[in-house]
Design a protein around this ligand. Structure first.
Ligand SMILES: Cc1ncc(COP(=O)(O)O)c(C=O)c1O
Length: 452
């Protein structure tokens, strides 16, 4: 399915290793059209998208109402990013986001990505508290710019990029004791945490973790910041995942699904006090800014995306479809020893796999794990792609977790198809040597092409 010309040029001028990786996995497909939850390769057929660009496509691909709004904005020939006027649409979007988020979130800074939102949260929390240190959780994924990367524990992401921000420290997720111990030093400007750790392995907050964390932060003068880049925009049912748990953060970082996947945009929602501490005088009116942040195209698609999410009641749909999906996955995978658990909230789910005990499975599993800990998960992703025409991925910081995040507009039939497909794949893993034979073939290919 690889497409030579365009891919070769990309490899030559952009990133050859990405093309090699996709080739190795047999996933170098050229997509001609993407509609709803379906991707259409130029070679024919249809692939079901159960990844949604890592939670970008909550409203599905190329939603017609959002495209219409975008075209309408373009047709106006207006000031899209003039930097010398008041971008009124940004006010409208901010009002709407704050209304949906509730609590004391009353101001918004617009960005072009999630990482930029994390950078903003770091700067603003430092300005507000006049403290430098930032606290984060083990297993977190906050982005790959230097500040955001300083809030990620796994050395893999940082290797070779020199010193990161000083004064950042990790604590285990769901550990209030560790949090309080750190906070009592009173040196932390903010505690930045994902309400549900996505790349960390769809880890849900236990009990009252988020509310207690918030209470402890308040007590010790540390800002409580939720990174909702993957979990926001109704992905888990409510507008923000934190709302399921009664959290009222001081700041919220949004991005990914904000614009229906059409124009890059992100936002940091915050209290008025935090905002005023940064823009504290006329001299500091543009002390923190971003060229593309409030551009009219992005603002217009955020409004259109919110209209679709609300008009099609995708939050409610996410809850009912997500619950049913997890229940069915749990039922069909229960007989298989490598299945550990399915968990999640709304339409953000993960299927966790575990090392097998049976010798015929254990030997190949351990062998591949020694070559690369992500090997099993990656072969699983490959199988689902080739045999079932379903696009998925394993979590970036948890290789035994298959992420299941279809667009919220996915139909019950598409979800049924996924359940049948994952059951058949589990059956094949446990009863036939083919899964492991394919892994050996991939290994051989990787060695002969010098990929590993
Ligand atoms: C939870 C979370 N925060 C931040 C980011 C960084 O977002 P971006 O890639 O838009 O910079 C990501 C990206 O996957 C993410 O998952």
């Amino acid at each position: 399915m690889a497409q030579k010309g365009g891919a070769e040029r990309y490899a030559k001028y952009v990133n050859p290793q990405w093309v090699r990786l996709l080739d190795l996995l047999g996933m170098n497909v050229r997509y001609e059209r993407c509609i709803g939850a379906e991707l259409f390769p130029s070679t024919g057929g249809r692939i079901l998208d159960f990844l949604s660009g890592f939670c970008v496509y909550n409203v599905g691909h190329n939603h017609p109402a959002i495209i219409a709004a975008l075209k309408d904005e373009l047709d106006k020939n207006g000031p899209l990013m003039l930097q010398s006027h008041v971008p009124e649409l940004a006010g409208l979007v901010a009002e709407r986001l704050c209304g949906l988020a509730g609590g004391s979130l009353a101001r918004v800074f617009f960005t072009s990505s999630g990482s930029e939102g994390v950078e903003t949260a770091i700067k603003f929390s430092r300005a507000y508290t006049k403290r430098n240190a930032i606290l984060y959780c083990d297993g977190a994924f906050h982005g790959l710019t230097c500040g955001a990367l300083s809030l990620m524990g796994d050395p893999f992401w940082k290797e070779g990029f020199g010193p990161m921000l000083q004064d950042t420290e990790a604590i285990p997720f769901n550990d209030l004791e560790a949090l309080e111990k750190k906070l009592s030093s009173k040196k932390y400007a903010s505690f930045i945490v994902e309400p549900i750790q996505s790349e960390g392995g769809i880890k849900l907050p236990e009990g009252d973790y988020l509310r207690e964390a918030q209470r402890l932060c308040r007590r010790h003068g540390t800002l409580f910041v939720l990174d909702e880049v993957q979990t926001g925009m109704y992905r888990t049912g409510s507008f923000l995942a934190g709302q399921h748990y009664g959290a009222e953060p001081d700041m919220v970082i949004l991005a990914k699904a904000m614009s229906g996947g059409l124009v890059p945009v992100g936002a940091v929602l915050m209290t008025q006090g935090i905002c005023d501490s940064v823009y504290s005088s006329l001299k500091r009116a543009i002390i923190h800014a971003s060229t593309f942040g409030e551009n009219a195209l992005a603002m217009r698609v955020v409004l259109a995306t919110l209209d679709v999410l609300e008009g099609e009641r995708l939050g409610e749909k996410s809850v009912t479809l997500g619950n049913a999906l997890r229940q069915r996955i749990g039922e069909v995978l229960a007989p298989y020893e490598m299945f550990k658990e399915v968990r999640g909230l709304g339409m953000l789910s993960g299927i966790e796999w575990q090392s097998p005990k049976r010798l015929t499975l254990k030997v190949p599993f351990e062998l591949f794990k020694r070559i690369h800990p992500g090997m099993f998960g990656q072969i699983l992703v490959m199988h689902l792609f080739h045999e079932k025409e379903i696009l998925t991925q394993i979590c970036g910081n948890h290789f035994m977790m298959l992420k299941v995040a279809p667009p919220l507009i996915a139909t019950p039939e598409q979800l049924d198809y996924f359940v049948r497909s994952i059951a058949e794949t589990a059956e094949m893993i446990h009863t036939s040597g083919r899964f492991w034979a394919d892994a050996i073939e991939m290994m051989g290919h990787a060695v002969t092409t010098g990929s590993i």
